[in-house]
Design a protein around this ligand. Structure first.
Ligand SMILES: *Cc1c(COP(=O)(O)O)cnc(C)c1O
Length: 342
């Protein structure tokens, strides 16, 4: 069945981005493939990154580990949220390794897992998941593969980064583990002090720019295009779209295209987004609807029904235009796209 909107994912760019993080960090790089590979496809991302040399993959939950259907034999899958009581049966049967985030999870694992290694998360200031530094003693007697912490402000030049680094170094000096890991995508940009033994990029793999240091280095991975349903003229003084927020100050050529907020092209792009027909830039006019968006196509006289336009989905630019985070732009992409890994 023909689909009037396309999501094209650039496998080579994904692999290039992973290599950039590994080289920049100077240590092995894993990959966060949670939330279905940041919306692009966890299984395909896993295989592409594995081909590039990645051997450690992170998902959030055991449900995601289950949906992924395992990783290659030479690789490890890590479940960031750790095992809930309901997860334990699956967790014990699974080869995925949990991150233990609380004293309760540590005790649950200690009692049931018969000495099997786990990862653990130390909270160094974010107060999201993890043992407090003064609770790290609870890990005594549990075999820890990788001890993690997570940065709250790595995308900013915040004094909190150095505070968290110092707190993590302190805990790393007291807890036995095979490896230590602190940096997400933005953390890698902060410099090699943050690398430890393993880094955990996510966003940047998929073309997000976590910090300015990565701006000219990472390649766009996800591109979206939509087909024109109808070209029409909005006469001077007429409006276009819900709420009649756009009123034409002169006769205006409009292309109505097959994408809307149900596809993840959210209403933050109303009167703010841009699309391209070849080299012609076509501004979004009026509100984004559920299934449609209107573009001013006066600059593209040849554009007609059935032609394709590419929405500007360069993540930093689109984030600036829409007010959505680069993470949201990726993870909200909907189910109606024809998805192609190219
Ligand atoms: C999601 C996540 C990452 C990846 O973060 P990005 O900002 O997407 O690079 C790394 N570590 C943990 C603990 C995470 O939850």
């Amino acid at each position: 069945m023909h689909r009037p909107l396309r999501l094209t994912i650039d496998r080579t760019a994904l692999q290039h981005n992973w290599r950039w993080f590994k080289d920049r960090a100077g240590v092995p790089a894993g990959a966060a493939i949670k939330a279905n590979g940041y919306g692009l496809g966890a299984r395909e991302a896993l295989m592409a990154l594995h081909d590039a040399g990645c051997r450690t993959f992170f998902v959030s939950t055991y449900a995601e580990a289950n949906a992924l259907g395992g990783v290659p034999d030479d690789s490890e899958l890590v479940v960031l949220h750790g095992p809930s009581g309901e997860d334990m049966e699956f967790a014990l049967a699974s080869s995925a390794r949990p991150v233990l985030n609380s004293v309760a999870q540590v005790e649950r694992w200690r009692q049931a897992a018969g000495g099997r290694p786990a990862d653990a998360m130390i909270d160094t200031g974010m107060n999201r998941l993890g043992l407090r530094p003064d609770e790290a003693g609870a890990l005594d007697g549990v075999t820890i593969d990788t001890l993690h912490s997570h940065l709250a402000c790595a995308d900013e030049d915040s004094a909190m980064n150095e505070r968290q680094l110092a707190a993590f170094r302190d805990v790393a000096g007291r807890v036995q583990a095979r490896r230590f890991s602190l940096a997400n995508s933005a953390g890698v940009c902060l410099g090699r002090d943050y690398s430890f033994d393993l880094v955990r990029p996510g966003l940047g793999l998929y073309g997000g720019i976590p910090r300015h240091e990565a701006a000219d280095e990472l390649r766009q991975v996800a591109r979206i295009a939509a087909q024109v349903v109808q070209r029409r003229v909005i006469l001077k003084g007429e409006s276009c779209g819900y709420g009649a927020t756009f009123v034409a100050d002169a006769d205006t050529e409009a292309a109505i295209v097959n994408i809307g907020y149900a596809d993840g092209y959210l209403r933050g792009f109303s009167s703010r987004g841009t699309a391209f027909a070849g080299e012609f830039a076509l501004p979004v006019i009026g509100r984004v609807s559920m299934d449609l968006v209107a573009l001013n196509c006066g600059s593209a006289p040849q554009l007609g029904d059935g032609d394709w336009v590419e929405l500007d989905y360069d993540l930093p630019t689109a984030s600036q235009a829409s007010g959505l985070s680069q993470y949201e732009l990726l993870t909200t992409l909907g189910a109606r796209f024809e998805r192609t890994w190219a």
